[in-house]
Design a protein around this ligand. Structure first.
Ligand code: UDP
Ligand code: MG
Length: 153
């Protein structure tokens, strides 16, 4: 089943929103298959945000991501990448739709609470960036038959 990576950013750690964010994904029916606290280094944050390396605010993003540890988590479900992106909301917290994580908890483009993988391909790369294979746990939760119909999975 599809997996995606979420990073609960330092701003959310400082604002003590970790439980709130995890709860939203759990209540949706996504299945948590990996989670840990993680301190970004310059090397890994540069790799993670390589697509923004030529932007004037690159250093500001890197500094913001290293200010405290983050929580990295891997969520599993049908269409998990697309669903987690839509639950996260648009990049700019001031524009993100109410009801989304960014729309409900942020006022900023940079300080926008979470990172979420944007494609299935990138999700695989990002999960491998933060987790060793043995840190991703493959098991079927008991609620599975109540989250999906048997012909959906
Ligand atoms: N970012 C920013 N200014 C911008 C674009 C991005 O500060 O103009 C930051 C913001 O924290 C964003 C992250 O860089 O979440 C990664 O940018 P991306 O375009 O990948 O947005 P996302 O996928 O996070 O919505
Ligand atoms: Mg992105």
């Amino acid at each position: 089943m599809e997996k995606t990576l979420v990073i609960i950013k330092p701003g959310a750690i400082q604002r003590e929103l970790v439980g709130e964010i995890i709860t939203r994904f759990e209540r949706k029916g996504l299945h948590l298959c990996g989670i840990k606290m993680y301190q970004f280094t310059d090397k890994v944050v540069s790799e993670h945000y390589a697509h923004l390396a030529d932007r004037p605010f690159f250093k500001r993003i890197k500094d913001s991501m290293m200010i405290t540890p983050v929580i990295v988590c891997c969520w599993e479900g049908l269409d998990a990448v697309r669903i987690v992106r839509s639950m996260s909301g648009g990049t700019n917290g001031r524009e993100a739709a109410p009801g989304t994580i960014r729309g409900d908890f942020s006022m900023s483009v940079q300080e926008n609470i979470v990172h979420a993988s944007d494609t299935v391909e990138n999700a695989k790369v990002e999960i491998n960036r933060f987790f060793k294979p043995e840190e991703i746990f493959e098991f079927k939760p008991n609620n599975f038959p109540f989250v999906y119909a048997n012909d959906e999975v």
